[in-house]
Design a protein around this ligand. Structure first.
Ligand SMILES: Nc1ncnc2c1ncn2[C@@H]1O[C@H](COP(=O)(O)OP(=O)(O)OP(=O)(O)O)[C@@H](O)[C@H]1O
Length: 285
């Protein structure tokens, strides 16, 4: 049997300062196969982002990490500088919560999309641009050629997150790490962006580690869920949503708002009024 695409085994991460030691990840273990989607869920502060940053070896200075992280059987913690750079740039695609924090505001969308591939892989700019336009189109960015000439501040959050997704796909990674990719967006953009990530990763057979506090959303687009609490994974598997066994998961599921409450929070736009009412009726049955 081949090795999982990603394997995290007994990962501990502690922040060591002059005065104290904070144990923030306490033995995290999980695996992700090629083409599989795993939802890493838990409330704020449970250690989800730290786990993703540890996978990329991007923890802040002062953190001490022990345990194993293997990508395709290769130890990430032992990767040399150049291999680590390629791992981050080509093997893994990262989609973060706030796209604006990850673009250079004085570079055009076209520069943002093409620079890394032209510089690092020596590909002709015109070829990368052509591919970028194709991908923008695939992720639902209309007038893609015109968008290449625009600056990030000219695009809405939802549109910029689509540009991010296109940039990740351009590098042709095998693994997507998506850390709350829709949290910073407005409600309508949220569902569109999540649908695009889901559709694209299925079409390309990519593995996805999806970090979210939204159990329902994770359940809708992942094959398995892993529930994190206080730096530990308390429960994982495909049963988690329908038949949780750990008391924390049961509590987490119990704490989620009902469909009715969720619908009440959605803005009622004219075009979805009918659907909105239909869903409310169904929820009331
Ligand atoms: N650089 C840091 N210095 C000190 N503490 C940190 C640092 N980074 C993370 N932590 C702490 O580690 C814990 C886990 O943080 P993490 O960001 O992984 O949580 P999370 O589950 O992703 O939550 P959120 O959804 O709010 O981002 C938190 O208590 C956080 O305060």
């Amino acid at each position: 049997m081949s090795a999982p695409l990603l394997e995290i085994a007994d990962l501990h991460a502690s922040l060591i300062t002059k005065y104290r030691r904070l144990d923030l990840l306490n033995g995290v273990s999980l695996t992700l196969d090629r083409g599989e989607a795993l939802g890493l869920v838990g409330e704020s502060g449970s250690g989800k982002s730290l786990t993703t940053r540890a996978v990329l070896r991007m923890l802040a200075p002062g953190f001490q990490t022990t345990g194993a992280i293997r990508y395709n059987g290769e130890s990430v913690l032992d990767m040399g500088r150049e291999r680590l750079r390629r791992f981050r740039a080509a093997d893994v695609g990262m989609i973060f919560q706030d796209p604006r924090a990850h673009v250079n505001p004085v570079h055009t969308v076209g520069d943002f999309l093409t620079e890394a591939l032209v510089r690092d892989r020596g590909l002709p700019r015109a070829d990368v641009e052509r591919r970028a336009v194709q991908l923008l189109d695939e992720v639902g960015v209309r007038h893609a050629e015109r968008r290449l000439k625009q600056y990030p501040h000219e695009l809405s959050g939802g549109l910029l997150q689509r540009v991010m997704i296109a940039s990740v796909l351009l590098a042709e990674p095998e693994l997507l790490l998506a850390d709350e990719p829709t949290t910073a967006l407005d409600v309508t953009a949220q569902s569109d962006v999540m649908a695009i990530i889901d559709e694209q990763r299925r079409a390309r057979g990519l593995a996805l580690l999806f970090i979210t506090h939204d159990l329902e959303l994770a359940n809708a687009c992942c094959d398995r869920l892993a529930v994190m609490y206080a730096g530990e994974i308390v429960e994982q598997g495909s049963h988690v949503y329908d038949a949780p066994t750990h008391p924390y998961t049961v509590e987490l599921l119990g704490a989620r708002p009902s469909i009715e409450e969720r619908l009440d929070r959605l803005p009622v736009l004219e075009y979805n009024l009918e659907l909105h009412n239909e869903l409310k009726e169904r929820a009331a049955l």
